[in-house]
Design a protein around this ligand. Structure first.
Ligand code: NAD
Ligand code: MG
Length: 392
């Protein structure tokens, strides 16, 4: 497809987290539509070899490596190429403020994505938001700053992309509620006596999606769905009672919106993140592609169940944090990041993650109306406290 047939201007894409699962799939979409998209900025934290490989292939204007100890290596490998190389956390933020790109794919994982994403939003950029933690931590501020600066935030998370797609053409019709679908992860139907012995490699094996390590563990604990409830609250301006989670093990319906007349719209397709990625990048245009299609060619059942929040208590903790508001979701997110990385390093067990989050939530002081600085302080305090529990 060309810019002429689509009516689209060519978009210069900044991929934050280009070496991750979302980042790599964004590059695949760019490769499939070279007339419509160019990779203008690529950033990574520590995977210098993949960043170099990507830079040599796509020749972006700028690359940023978060880990400054890798700077010399990246600089040397890209010598003689028309590519500027920067390093460090500050550079990630400074580059996000530059004029040279049109669209940021916010594909960094965790709280680390907040600053660059907020900078892009402050500069009125269109952001494709995969980094849900940004909204979990500081959704009130990010959405307000986006509004003040006419920045569009287009969801990339598949559930939120589904809701966003269901809302096209419904601008004047209020939402009664949204129904977020959850696959249930690799341990659907399991009970605590099984979960207590679960190991890292098993938890990383998601039945329907191939994703980065952190979100894979979040999917196994159902924390991912909790984070997504909070993400949806901010993205779509909803009250907590308007958000329902339904377990739908097949991951074909990516989420649904129910309107005031009771009508429910769903967005369906095979689980493939390239679709929401491409949709966000090309919005409002739908581009043709060769992704596999869902075929109604054999008997198939789509099932819907209530989530088991007694077993998967992280989802209940996240729901409570969403209801309480203030800095509580920020505490939840920080403690969860510490818990997930400790589990990935085999330092704590699967069920210990929930306990660590719960104890951190009890400990950190509540702030009803936090400033951005409060969020940064809360994040630091919650991380330190959660980490101290592991060292004991
Ligand atoms: P990933 O671990 O595969 O990749 C993370 C990327 O972030 C890497 O490029 C890494 O270099 C970068 N990064 C990590 N820490 C950083 C730091 N401190 N500073 C700068 N860069 C840093 O993660 P992913 O699975 O691609 O997920 C990215 C985000 O997208 C997460 O917020 C996740 O919840 C969300 N998301 C992912 C998927 C998916 O299918 N992978 C689906 C929906 C939402
Ligand atoms: Mg999702």
């Amino acid at each position: 497809m060309s810019t002429q047939t689509t009516g689209m201007q060519q978009k210069k894409i900044a991929i934050y987290g280009s070496t991750g699962s979302i980042g790599k799939q964004t590059l695949e979409v760019i490769s499939a539509h070279p007339d419509l998209f160019t990779a203008e900025i690529l950033t990574a934290y520590s995977n210098d070899s993949l960043l170099i490989e990507q830079a040599l292939l796509f020749i972006p204007n700028i690359v940023v490596i978060g880990d400054i100890t890798k700077y010399a290596n990246v600089k040397k490998a890209l010598e003689g190429k028309p590519i500027k190389v920067f390093a460090g956390e500050d550079a990630l933020e400074q580059v996000a403020a530059m004029d040279c790109y049109d669209f940021m794919m916010a594909g960094i994982v965790g709280f680390a994505g907040l600053k660059p994403t907020l900078t892009a939003v402050k500069n009125g950029k269109t952001v494709g938001l995969a980094n849900k933690e940004t909204l979990v931590v500081a959704g009130d501020i990010v959405m307000r700053v986006a509004k003040e600066n006419n920045a569009n935030i287009i969801p990339v998370d598949s559930e939120h992309s589904a809701i966003f797609q269901c809302l096209v053409g419904e601008e004047h019709n209020p939402i009664e509620k949204i129904i977020l679908t959850a696959s249930g992860g690799p341990f659907l139907g399991k009970k605590p006596n099984f979960l207590v012995n679960v190991k890292r490699d098993h938890a990383l094996q998601h039945p329907n999606w191939s994703m980065g390590a952190k979100i894979s563990i979040d999917s196994a604990t159902l924390m991912n769905k909790g984070l997504e409830m909070i993400e949806a609250k901010w993205l779509f301006g909803l009250a907590p009672h308007q958000i329902k989670v339904v377990v739908h093990a097949q991951s074909i319906i990516h989420s649904m919106v129910q309107f005031e007349d009771g009508s429910i719209k769903a967005q369906m397709g095979l689980p493939d993140m390239k679709l929401p990625i491409q949709y966000a990048m090309a919005f409002p245009v739908r581009l043709p592609n060769k992704f596999p299609r869902y075929l109604f060619d054999k008997p198939n059942q789509l099932s819907f169940d209530e989530p088991d929040v007694k077993t998967f208590r992280n989802l209940q903790l996240a729901t409570d944090a969403m209801n309480k508001g203030g800095n509580t979701p920020c505490v939840l997110n920080a403690a969860n990041e510490i818990a997930v990385y400790a589990f990935l390093k085999n330092r704590i067990g699967f069920l210990d993650m929930t306990e660590l989050i719960e104890r951190t939530l009890e400990k950190i002081e509540f702030i009803a109306h936090p400033t951005l600085d409060d969020y940064f302080e809360t994040d630091g305090e919650a991380r330190n406290f959660a980490a101290s529990l592991i060292q004991l």
